[in-house]
Design a binder for this molecule. Structure first.
Ligand SMILES: [Zn+2]
Length: 473
């Protein structure tokens, strides 16, 4: 919440924003609240510089009291408080089923092709998982995946996309969610329409932490139809599907980076956006915000929860990711499927000695092991018994001459990058290279590989699973 005294300093944009925030301090009746009526209440247009109607933190909202013993509970990610412990960096992947409701007007304006919806799911996965090689690659891996639902609430097969024609709904009027919503405990319901017009690009009606949101039909994400997916019909600057990424951030419990302006110094988990590793920000960023300084610090202009142009967004912070993971586990407990991920992924389980080839081994740990030192090891004998590392960690490879070779002289084994450093998300890639015309007498050998990792290159506290590789003639 911006203080009146600060309005004078930060210009017309924030005055407009401040009036919107004040207007929203009145509680919404979420069962009926929609963009069309909200826009009418605002005089038919959004205040200058506003594009998202998701709520701002209400300073009068009272959460239940917190106790230290509440760690690992809803108390870690409350409406106006975050305790983003490393517990939320667990390696578990959350997979969220999505149903996309495409709402067109009676003339068919607002049609979004199925391929474009798939495209938006790709953007979610790039942005929330910092997928290497994608626009989201520079970010931090939240280990949250999205899939279009394959089974509907009745248990029938589905494409995960519904199409409706209704001009009132297209203008975000009426209570379309009462007709269209799938169980909001178990599906993320995304609606595309024109958001009521007037430049509104998206919103969620309320955050899960408000209470009495999850499980109600109105629990939803709404986005402007022409911003869905990559290379959108909307065009610049909302052309890369990041409007929906931003709104899903709200859906998973995040506030705007500029919520609460500069916040209270030294109390960043209890003021502002309730996150400490997003720099405080007094006003939203328009354009790319290159070089923007706010509240005396570089502004978080590349953060998905700012208003920056799609092309210039790259990240959620580590603490935002923890707050989202807390929101999923504590406030949306029925939503996500929990996946225990592989820690070592290979693209082949066999390689030909005569033809040669390269097998890629992707090292997948977690962001809590970012920049750790790793050593790839192998065995010709098997995976059990493994080798104890001395602190309860066992690498699932049997000690033998191949193990010894990789341990003592990794350069002599047929590996590229048999040791090195994981990236900031705890990922790495090694390659096992077999030149064409390799010794045919090795055919039939079954190799196993795994890696160990260490924060200081001295004490190894992590061992991956093992993956086999068969040498073929
Ligand atoms: Zn927003």
């Amino acid at each position: 919440m911006l203080k009146p005294s600060s309005f004078l300093k930060i210009g017309a944009l924030s005055i407009a924003l401040g009036s919107l925030v004040s207007a929203q301090a009145e509680p919404r009746d979420l069962s009926t609240w929609n963009g069309q009526e909200e826009l009418a209440r605002l005089g038919g247009e959004l205040p200058e510089g506003v594009r998202c109607l998701s709520p701002e933190p209400d300073p009068s909202f009272v959460s239940p009291p917190l106790f230290a013993t509440d760690a690992g509970s809803q108390a870690d990610c409350m409406y106006r408080f975050t305790r983003p412990t490393t517990d939320y960096d667990s390696t578990v992947i959350y997979e969220i089923p999505v149903v996309f409701h495409i709402i067109e007007d009676n003339a068919g304006v607002g049609f979004v092709p199925y391929a474009q919806v798939l495209n938006q799911i790709d953007v979610f996965n790039e942005d929330f998982n910092a997928l290497p090689g994608s626009n989201g690659a520079p970010g931090n891996d939240a280990r949250i995946r999205f899939v279009l639902a394959t089974v509907d609430p009745m248990g029938e097969p589905t494409t995960g996309v519904t199409y409706s024609r209704n001009s009132q709904w297209f203008n975000d009027g009426g209570q379309y969610w009462n007709t269209l919503a799938w169980d909001t405990n178990r599906y993320m319901n995304v609606y595309s329409n024109n958001g009521g017009g007037s430049g509104l690009l998206g919103y969620v009606p309320g955050l899960p932490q408000q209470g009495n949101v999850v499980g109600n039909a109105f629990d939803r994400v709404v986005v402007q139809w022409d911003t869905v997916g990559k290379d959108t019909p909307h065009g610049l600057p909302w052309d890369q599907g990041r409007i929906a990424t931003h709104e899903v951030g709200h859906y998973l419990g995040l506030w705007h980076t500029f919520a609460g302006g500069c916040g209270i110094p030294g109390r960043c988990y209890r003021s502002g956006d309730y996150i400490c590793d997003t720099s405080p920000e007094s006003s939203p960023t328009n354009g790319c915000g290159v070089g923007k300084v706010s509240c005396g610090l570089p502004a978080p202009v590349s953060n998905y929860m700012d208003y920056t142009d799609d092309a210039c967004l790259t990240d959620f912070t580590i603490e935002q990711n923890r707050r989202m993971r807390c929101t999923i586990s504590q406030w949306r407990p029925l939503l996500a499927r929990i996946i225990q991920p592989s820690t070592l992924v290979t693209d082949s389980s066999a390689v030909s000695l005569s033809a040669g080839g390269t097998v890629t081994l992707d090292l997948e740990s977690s962001i809590s092991m970012g920049s750790w030192f790793y050593v790839m090891l192998g065995s010709l004998t098997g995976t059990s018994p493994g080798v104890a590392l001395g602190n309860g960690v066992v690498i699932p490879l049997t000690y033998d001459p191949y193990f010894q070779l990789m341990l003592s002289s990794p350069g002599s084994a047929p590996f590229k990058k048999a040791r090195g450093f994981l990236d900031h998300n705890g990922r790495g890639r090694a390659r096992f290279v077999v030149p064409p015309g390799s010794d045919p007498t090795l055919a039939g050998l079954q190799l196993y590989h795994a890696y160990i990792a260490s924060p200081d290159a001295v004490t190894f506290t992590f061992a991956s699973e093992a993956k086999g590789l068969l040498l073929m003639p």
